[in-house]
Design a protein around this ligand. Structure first.
Ligand SMILES: Cc1cc2nc3c(=O)[nH]c(=O)nc-3n(C[C@H](O)[C@H](O)[C@H](O)COP(=O)(O)OP(=O)(O)OC[C@H]3O[C@@H](n4cnc5c(N)ncnc54)[C@H](O)[C@@H]3O)c2cc1C
Length: 436
């Protein structure tokens, strides 16, 4: 038997020419989580990351209790003294109403969230994967898949050292399986024929940082309607205190909105912030760094999540939560799910049986998120209509019980079994809604 249970000579055993058991492309939260769990199980994992840490990533930097649970599960210490800024819940502002909702008390998730900029966050998660035994090659850009003799199955990737640009020599790395955790654009998935689906929601959001007295806000503040005086601007916004003297401020728009593709995001941000109290400090002279934007691929907008030796994790598989734009926890959770599937597959005695295990990955994701994301797509369709948002903010926000239910729904924070009435309704709705 080989190290992972394959009888010698079986087709799925690691070949002498392989550089690793598994190659993970991208060391964002999804790739690093996959690498961590694979390495913990004793597999040889090679992570190829085009940038070098520390590096920025456009994000709101908000971590819900789901993300906190993942970090705790990777053995990462979350001390405020080390730069982790805790929060108690979310503050929702809309329809002239302002309501604070604490994270629910649950046996399955911690009762606090965090804020940490991606500059530090991604490196911490990547280093945890390294400590677990994964090999991390920074500054290596993957340029395409390497296919087997039948040109069907991915058996590795080609890559160049990023710093050398196009002039650098291309190298081939081989492995039994490849994880695409290369983010929203996922060029590796594209090269394997996996395009984005037009029938799934997509958001575009921008953010920047300001020095602000609101930096130590211990609620994640979400604005459901954005105003410039009496004018209602499209989209939603957030102000997240980073706890280091700055606030992360941003706004986004979903492709279900009639304004999608027709707005100047930076101008919208300027108009929205101009309507805020001057003492909050969201003025040009307090802005630190540029306003940057990126896409949020939601509700499984690239499928299938497994094909021909390639597993998609996080944004590469379009896994951002359509209810709230949260993508870090889904990236980390899908990384862990992919790792568990791979660990089982690589221990199977023959190729057919390993393939059967791998084909279970899309189903495992559907079981985890499918019904909930289908509900989310309907929600996103509804909030694309201004009348829905106006109705919801006017009539929904003032009712605390309804809003607590909404908070559990938006943040996907329920007890998997038992729980209160809200938990049971949300779980039942997610179960009975088809996972498409
Ligand atoms: C404006 C904005 C605000 C957001 N706010 C939040 C928030 O507050 N909370 C939240 O939970 N989510 C938020 N999100 C979503 C979140 O940022 C993503 O869902 C999350 O980063 C996905 O993680 P990932 O690991 O799948 O991909 P990524 O974080 O994108 O990581 C992909 C990695 O792959 C690397 N890579 C790419 N191509 C290659 C290649 N060819 N070769 C090698 N490496 C490669 C990249 O350098 C990167 O390190 C926000 C998104 C945006 C755009």
């Amino acid at each position: 038997m080989t190290q992972h249970g394959f009888p010698a000579g079986q087709s799925r055993a690691r070949r002498a020419s392989d550089d690793a058991d598994v190659i993970v492309v991208g060391a964002g939260p999804g790739g690093s989580s996959a690498a961590y769990h694979l390495a913990r199980a004793g597999l040889d994992v090679l992570v190829l990351e085009k940038s070098t840490f520390p590096r920025e990533k456009v994000c709101g930097d908000g971590l819900t209790p789901r993300a906190v649970k993942q970090l705790v599960g990777m053995g990462i210490a979350l001390e405020p003294a080390d730069g982790w800024f805790p929060n108690k819940g979310i503050r929702i502002i809309g329809g002239g109403v302002r309501i604070e909702l604490d994270w629910p008390d649950l046996s399955s998730y911690p009762g606090f969230g965090l804020v940490r900029t991606r500059r530090g966050f991604d490196e911490i998660v990547a280093r945890a994967a390294q400590r677990a035994g994964a090999r991390l090659a920074e500054g290596v850009t993957v340029t395409g898949p390497v296919l087997d003799d039948s040109a069907q199955r991915i058996v590795g990737v080609t890559a160049r050292e990023t710093a050398t640009g196009d002039g650098g020599a291309e190298r081939t790395y081989r492995a039994r399986l490849v994880v695409a955790a290369d983010g929203n654009s996922s060029r590796l998935s594209l090269a394997m024929g996996l395009r984005k689906r037009d029938d799934r929601p997509l958001g575009v959001a921008i953010r920047t940082y300001y020095t602000s007295p609101r930096h130590d806000d211990d609620y994640l503040e979400t604005w459901l309607d954005l105003r410039d005086g009496n004018a209602l601007l499209p989209g939603y916004g957030w102000i997240f205190g980073v706890g280091d003297g700055t606030s992360n401020v941003g706004l986004g728009l979903l492709n279900t909105s009639a304004s999608f593709g027709h707005v100047d995001y930076r101008e919208m941000l300027r108009r929205w912030l101009a309507s805020m109290p001057a003492e909050w400090g969201f003025a040009e002279e307090n802005r630190l760094g540029p306003v940057r934007g990126a896409a949020l691929p939601m509700g499984f907008n690239r499928t299938p999540h497994y094909t021909r030796g390639l597993l998609l994790v996080g944004d590469a598989g379009g896994m951002v939560n359509p209810f709230n734009g949260e993508g870090i926890s889904c990236a980390m959770e899908s990384g862990e799910i992919a790792a568990q599937v791979i660990i089982q597959a690589l221990a199977r005695p023959d190729r057919a049986s390993a393939e059967l295990a791998l084909r279970g990955y899309p189903q495992a994701l559907k079981d985890a998120y499918g019904g909930y994301y289908t509900l989310g797509r309907k929600f996103v369709g509804a909030i694309g209509h201004p009348w829905f948002m106006q109705f919801a903010t006017r009539h929904g926000l003032p009712r605390p019980a309804l809003m607590r239910f909404t908070m559990k729904l938006l943040a996907n924070l329920t007890e998997p079994r038992g729980g209160d009435a809200a938990d049971r309704v949300i779980n039942a709705l997610s179960r009975i809604t088809p996972a498409a």
